[in-house]
Ligand binder design. Structure first.
Ligand code: C2E
Ligand code: CA
Ligand code: CA
Ligand code: CA
Length: 279
């Protein structure tokens, strides 16, 4: 049963979260998973729609456990938050990403910019911002090479604290993206209160942007809203040439999605940097 591989993935995608025994199994395996080196960061290219050039990447965490197989982040991140493992895991991600940025710079591959997802739980901890500062210093990385992606729900718990932490990060030069924009209990007030550099149009609006008048209207409105507030816009989950054409035509700044590339291992992403592939 341990060799089920892909089936395990499907199993977890469909059933996890509801069955208490599955949750306990994950909890047991998550404990110590960092120490056993079971995590890996994958990198999904972010591409400039004007030049077609790859300008950065989003870091996406992968977990391979010998007992459970590949558990998708959509399953284990929430459980890691619930069981209090998310800070250790999140710090491991920041550390790996900074080590990778340093390796790309040392190899002469340029100042590639990487955005890391921060969970609300992690964000609520006083140690997170000092950790980011320390890790940037340790690898001698310009803060402009690091981005942070947060969701509205991540900052809702304690908005004042979130404003302070984000302002500190922005002041040192780390860029802040608001993820999954439009899907949460969005309040436009957040856009005013938080020091946001980038809005990410959620995949759910991109999916039908060519066939649904309302999704098209939402996408166009998010783009102009962002630009009027002097923010950049990234569309996520772009899968087709038609979606790409729509977004380009309506002045979206960057795209990310399977149309250009799935998330890649560090090695595969390095190969892509060598190729200098464009849209
Ligand atoms: P997210 O931040 O919204 O990440 C985008 C998700 O969409 C990723 O799923 C990515 O693989 C997927 N995706 C990108 N382009 C396409 C596309 O064209 N089509 C389709 N169908 N999917 C696309 P993934 O990697 O499974 O991650 C799921 C979620 O897990 C992420 O959603 C994020 O919320 C969370 N996550 C991943 N890594 C981390 C991490 O290091 N820390 C934290 N706190 N959360 C993470
Ligand atoms: Ca994200
Ligand atoms: Ca997202
Ligand atoms: Ca999303």
């Amino acid at each position: 049963a341990k060799e089920m591989g892909r089936d395990h993935y499907a199993f977890f995608t469909e059933r996890m979260g509801s069955d208490i025994r599955d949750k306990l199994a994950v909890q047991q395996q998550l404990r110590g998973a960092v120490g056993r080196d079971e995590f890996e960061v994958h990198y999904q290219p972010q591409v400039c729609l004007r030049t077609g050039a790859m300008v950065g990447a989003e870091a996406l965490l992968r977990w391979h456990n010998p007992t459970l197989g590949r558990v998708p982040p959509g399953v284990f991140i929430a459980l890691a938050e619930e069981y209090g493992f998310i800070t250790a895991i999140g710090e491991w991600v920041l550390e790996s990403v900074c080590a990778q940025i340093r390796a790309w710079q040392d190899a002469g591959l340029g100042n590639i910019k990487v955005a890391v997802n921060l969970s609300g739980k992690q964000f609520a901890q006083d140690r997170t911002v000092p950790f980011v500062e320390a890790v940037l210093r340790r690898y001698a990385i310009a803060p402009a090479c690091l981005g942070i992606e947060i969701t509205e729900s991540a900052v809702m718990g304690d908005p004042d604290k979130a404003v302070a932490a984000l302002t500190r990060l922005k002041d040192i030069g780390v860029s802040i993206s608001l993820d999954d924009f439009g899907t949460g209990y969005s309040s436009l007030g957040y856009l005013k209160r938080f020091p946001i550099d980038v809005l990410k149009i959620d995949k759910s609006f991109v999916d039908d942007v060519c066939t649904s008048c309302s999704d098209a209207a939402i996408a166009r409105s998010v783009i102009s809203l962002a630009h009027n507030l002097h923010m950049r816009v990234i569309a996520e989950g772009v899968e087709t040439r038609e979606q790409l054409a729509f977004l380009s035509e309506h002045d979206c700044d960057e795209m990310q999605g399977y149309y250009f590339s799935r998330p890649l291992t560090a090695q595969a992403f390095t190969d892509l940097l060598h190729e200098k592939r464009t849209l």
